[in-house]
Design a protein around this ligand. Structure first.
Ligand code: FDM
Length: 212
């Protein structure tokens, strides 16, 4: 019998919500429980496209807003063959940001609509579970200053949060909102429970296509 596929699990959320920490904790917990799992993050800054994105985020280069949106999407598409290969091998992928960040961040800029922003990512591998780490701006502020990269301002992050809320109304995606104001351990346990469920369900179902 062919091996059961891994699940595609995405963590999204505004800055300071703890996505990166929780992705690592989740992969460690899955591995400790004997479930193959790997971490991925978008943007993946290691590829040629990723390096262009990284320079843009670090303000070392300027790119037109539509063009950079398409680069973020291309950065996901270039990794799709690898993602599919790993999922087919039974490896669960825990992904730090995905197309939802892509849409939320660009559509928070003036002159962009959600619909245009979603188009380039239509058909990407569909996550079996997307967890949104919810954190109020006040709680985020308590976790320290924003960094110096592009988008790391209070005003912009608030606009991004509103766009995420819009995206979360889409019932075709398995969204789970996680209260990220709890302590790291409680957030981790909550995330692990949802993930184990998703892994069980995913193994008997084909991988879907996002927004199709
Ligand atoms: N970002 C991330 C986008 O604008 N579009 C995307 O498609 C993705 C995946 O890039 F500000 C933004 C979100 C964030 C930045 O930061 C990446 P991290 O710290 O590497 O997650």
């Amino acid at each position: 019998m062919a091996c059961k596929r891994g699940a595609l699990i995405v963590l999204e959320g505004v800055d300071k919500a703890g996505k990166t920490t929780q992705c690592k904790r989740l992969v460690d917990a899955l591995l400790a429980g004997g479930r193959p799992a790997e971490i991925m993050r978008f943007p993946d800054r290691t590829t040629t496209i990723g390096k262009m994105i990284s320079a843009y985020l670090e303000r070392k280069s300027d790119l037109e807003d539509h063009a950079v949106h398409l680069l973020f999407s291309a950065n996901r598409w270039e990794l799709v063959p690898l993602m599919k290969e790993k999922l087919e091998q039974g490896i669960t992928l825990v992904v730090d940001r995905y197309a939802f960040s892509g849409v939320a961040f660009t559509s928070a800029k003036p002159g962009f609509c959600l619909d245009w922003c979603m188009k380039p990512d239509v058909g990407l591998p569909k996550p079996d579970l997307v967890m949104f780490l919810q954190l109020s701006p006040a709680d985020a502020a308590l976790r320290g200053q924003f960094g110096d990269e592009r988008y790391e301002t209070k005003v912009f992050q608030k606009a991004v949060q509103q766009k995420f809320e819009h995206l979360m109304m889409d019932r075709s995606v398995n969204w789970q909102v996680i209260d990220a104001s709890q302590n790291i351990e409680d957030v981790h346990n909550n995330i692990t429970t949802h993930s184990l469920n998703a892994i069980n369900v995913a193994q008997n179902r084909p991988l879907g296509e996002l927004w199709k």
